[in-house]
Write a protein that binds this ligand. Structure first.
Ligand code: ADP
Length: 525
């Protein structure tokens, strides 16, 4: 029994109506979040680059201004036309942070490099000690012509170290925020690295790599670099964490929504199936009731109108009435029992039962029906069986239901075999008692072998369509077996036949008294 096509359409629309918009919204959410995070990251990278460039250029400007300041007396001496010694003395008099002073006349100038800062050349050349540079400016004679270069030995590491912090603080904007207010200017790590790998760090060790920028120094300061990065507490880092959190949240929400939709749809499908099963149950039951009623009606009418020729004829009609009334009774009993089980009101009288006579009686009561329909009935029972804790009447009902199905769902090969046996564990102790009812009928497709135990389910193909039934029989058997702590198994092949097996736990050590003390138990529904 499937889902009606209309309901399928409704389910499809429901699924698409929820899942599609939810997926689109989640996608849009993730896209926008990534875009915002991109903007924050690029703003932060821009700011880091700005700071690194400011500090790098700041060092060169500082160097130029220091040189100019220190060189002023020497430049004055040169412009006044004083000699080389006077210039050198002036250089030595105000060396500031610089080392040994030198004056190199223009004709001796050889193998020097220039660094242009603010359009003014700084002259530099390697000093006698490694890492040390001669650094200076051009000096002019009274005619304004370049007469040589005045300068000092410079240790770049000392020079840069001393100026890093003041430069950094000088370039921090007074305002806490800049560039559209996205990146805080205070959360920065500045790192000065020398050619030997030595580092000076301002503002904490670990910076946020993805937006870091490294500016390289040139001229006499070559080999040093300044790297600026956001601190781990900077807004950009929080923005990235927020993005990850948001994406995880969206994915989780998606999973929850998908799960809810899936289970909701499954539940709806189940309800629709059940509604349809109930509808066909009503029509099946009406059919089942109608047949005996019509037959009884016909027989009664015949008798009333005395349309029979002999006393034997009359008895035949009375027999029909009796037979059909019993059938009606059986159907109504079935339905009532099912209703009681469903409501959890069915009570069982459990006692230690020997199943052999129970099964034998049930089979014998059915033998006549089977044989009158041309069935061969084989019964295989051992001499004795372990006892089980059971309600004998309910078990007899189970066996009768299985026999009834074997009869209903057999075509030309009319053979029914009933077997009782004990199942033992490895130690040879009886574990369970099994009762099998085997037929050579139409069989059940593997995909339906679980469903047939659900209430109202009928596999309405071929023969089943022509045979009347309520779809309650196996569901009843299944519920009764569960209430007994047992279960029902099915082994079937289409066209070959089916074997239904009732499995009941055996009572292990049976005390003599156990047989005689019945107990009442409510059925598990
Ligand atoms: P009903 O027989 O009233 O339809 P049941 O619950 O007894 O209800 O059985 C459910 C369905 O299982 C049947 O409609 C039939 O399709 C299938 N079935 C049950 N027993 C057999 C059997 N012995 N052989 C083939 N199919 C069976």
């Amino acid at each position: 029994m499937g889902i009606p096509p209309f309901s399928r359409r409704v389910l499809g629309i429901l699924g698409l109506g929820v899942v599609l918009p939810a997926t689109l919204l989640a996608g849009l959410g993730i896209y926008l979040t990534l875009r915002v995070s991109d903007v924050v990251r690029s703003q932060s990278a821009r700011y880091d680059r700005y700071m690194a460039q400011q500090i790098t250029e700041g060092f060169e400007v500082e160097l130029l201004s220091d040189l100019r300041h220190a060189l002023a007396p020497a430049e004055n001496a040169a412009r006044e036309g004083r000699g080389r010694d006077a210039i050198l003395a002036a250089l030595a008099s105000d060396a500031g942070d610089f080392g040994e002073a030198r004056f190199i006349p223009l004709d001796k100038l050889d193998n020097y490099d220039l660094l242009l800062v603010e359009h003014q050349p700084i002259v530099f050349a390697p000093g006698p000690r490694p890492g040390e540079w001669f650094t200076g400016l051009l000096i002019h004679d009274p005619d304004g012509q370049v007469s040589g270069v005045g300068g000092w030995m410079l240790d770049p590491a000392t020079f840069l170290q001393a100026r890093l912090r003041p430069l950094f603080e000088e370039h921090l904007p007074q305002n806490e925020r800049m560039y559209g207010g996205i990146e805080s200017t205070r959360g920065l790590v500045v790192r000065l690295t020398g050619p030997d790998g030595r580092r000076i760090v301002l503002g904490g060790e670990a910076g946020y790599e993805p937006t870091a920028y490294t500016g390289r120094l040139t001229g006499p300061l070559a080999g040093f670099s300044v790297r600026v990065a956001a601190t781990q507490n900077a807004p950009v880092v929080w923005a990235q964490r927020f993005v990850i959190l948001l994406i995880v949240f969206i994915v989780l929400m998606g999973a929850v929504l998908a799960g809810a939709t899936f289970f909701g749809l499954r539940y709806t499908v189940r309800q629709l199936e059940l509604a349809q099963q109930k509808a066909s149950f009503v029509s099946n039951v009406s059919h089942e009731l109608k047949t005996p009623i019509s037959l009884i009606h016909l027989a009664v009418e015949t008798l009333l109108m005395r349309r029979f020729s002999s006393q034997q004829d009359a008895e035949r009609f009375l027999n029909t009435i009796n037979h059909e009334a019993m059938r009606l009774n059986r159907i109504v009993d079935h339905i009532l029992e099912f209703a009681r089980l469903e409501a959890g009101k069915q009570t069982f009288r459990f006692e230690a039962v020997d199943l052999l006579p129970v099964v034998r009686d049930a089979v014998e009561s059915f033998r006549l029906r089977l044989e009158s329909e041309g069935f061969r009935l084989d019964v295989e029972m051992p001499a004795d069986l372990p006892l089980v804790r059971a309600d004998a009447a309910a078990l007899s009902q189970c066996v009768l239901n299985l026999l009834d199905n074997a009869l209903k769902y057999s075509r030309t090969r009319r053979e029914v075999r009933v077997t009782c046996a004990a199942r033992t564990d490895e130690a040879g102790e009886p574990r369970a008692v099994v009762i099998s009812v085997q037929d050579r009928g139409i069989g059940i497709p593997p995909r339906d072998q679980k469903r047939i135990f659900e209430k109202f389910v009928r596999i309405e193909t071929g023969l089943v369509h022509d045979v009347k039934g309520t779809g309650l029989g196996l569901s009843l058997v299944d519920q009764i077996m569960r209430a007994h702590g047992g279960h029902i198994e099915v082994d079937s092949a289409v066209g070959e036949g089916s074997t239904f097996t009732l499995v009941l736990p055996a009572i292990r050590s049976v005390a003599a008294g156990a047989r005689s003390e019945p107990q009442e138990n409510a059925a598990a529904s």
